[in-house]
Design a protein around this ligand. Structure first.
Ligand code: NAD
Length: 272
């Protein structure tokens, strides 16, 4: 058995689409981190965002570091727009190997009687339907690549209850969609995997939580650290790369170990 070669430029020659490639605020969200890391590892990246300005900031970071990317302004809850994103990517770079469905909105943690129907629909559309629409548009190109990869960004809220019905439901269904893709397209050489980020410090979180809440998030993880967008990007890079060629259909929590603890006993243990 030959010794595995050293991996440099782990996505060299690959073309990737990353949705939600901009970030709220001035920090680095997961889409921005994934796009930057992919470009640094040799991929040519289509930066999809409904905000041209936000995606433009990511583009500037990539170009400054010598990477290759272009911006595609699109709302990925619109099927026609998703078709245009896939077509523009192939037109630009001649192929498509990797699709990252990262777009997502945080759902309100209200009781059902306070959760209106429009909010439910919006959460499902942005967090779930977008992944279906983008995957549908990308599928023929990923199949043509014969070594395609889909990486979806779910949440630990899709595995355990986080008290947000629409968000949790959308993220759980995204994990199920990933499994379906893995089985449906496996024979075409297309892999599909999903990441479940836990308590990640991103601009979205910064705008929602105060210092005390952030400290609680940090302490609840066995590792007692809060993750950041680069932790999610590192997992996405591995799953998108050929290093993961034998991995499909799995959900990878990036959560400091928090999902695997049984709440009460672990909490008591961590007080000692
Ligand atoms: N931050 C966390 O702690 C955390 C935890 C678990 C999961 N996640 C997931 O990670 C993903 C990214 O989170 P983030 O905090 O980096 O996001 P973010 O709020 O910074 O959003 C990234 C980008 O998505 C774009 N976007 C939103 N809706 C869109 C649409 N319909 N079409 C095109 N672009 C759209 C926004 O314009 C924004 O630039 C989400 O799916 C989120 O649910 C985040």
């Amino acid at each position: 058995m030959p010794y595995p070669k050293t991996f440099h430029q782990r996505l060299a020659g690959k073309v990737a689409i990353v949705t939600g490639a901009g970030s709220q605020g001035s920090g680095v969200g997961t889409g921005k981190a994934i796009a930057c890391l992919f470009a640094r590892e040799g991929a040519s990246v289509c930066l999809v965002d409904q905000s041209r300005e936000r995606a433009g900031e990511t583009l500037a970071m990539i170009l400054e570091a010598g990477g290759k990317a272009f911006v595609c302004e699109a709302d990925v809850t619109d099927g026609d727009a998703c078709g245009r994103v896939a077509a523009a990517t192939v037109e630009h770079y001649g192929a498509l190997h990797v699709l990252v469905n990262n777009v997502g909105v945080a759902g309100a943690g209200s009781r059902l009687e306070n959760l209106d129907e429009a909010m439910w629909d919006r959460t499902i559309d942005v967090n779930l339907k977008s992944a279906f629409l983008m995957s549908r548009s990308a599928a023929p190109h990923l199949v043509a690549a014969r070594a395609g990869a889909v990486v979806n960004v779910s949440s630990t809220a899709g595995i355990r209850s986080h008290g947000a019905a629409a968000y949790g439901s959308s993220k759980a269904a995204l994990i199920a969609l990933t499994r379906e893709l893995a089985v449906m397209y496996g024979r075409d050489g297309v892999r599909a995997n999903v990441i479940a980020p836990g308590h990640i410090f991103t601009p979205m979180v910064e705008s929602m939580l105060d210092e005390e809440a952030k400290e609680r998030r940090r302490k609840i993880a066995p590792l007692a650290i809060e993750g950041d967008a680069w932790d999610v990007a590192a997992a996405a890079l591995f799953l998108a790369s050929d290093e993961a060629r034998f991995i499909s259909g799995v959900c990878v929590p990036v959560d400091g170990g928090v999902t695997e603890i049984a709440a009460l006993c672990a909490f008591e243990q961590m007080q000692r």
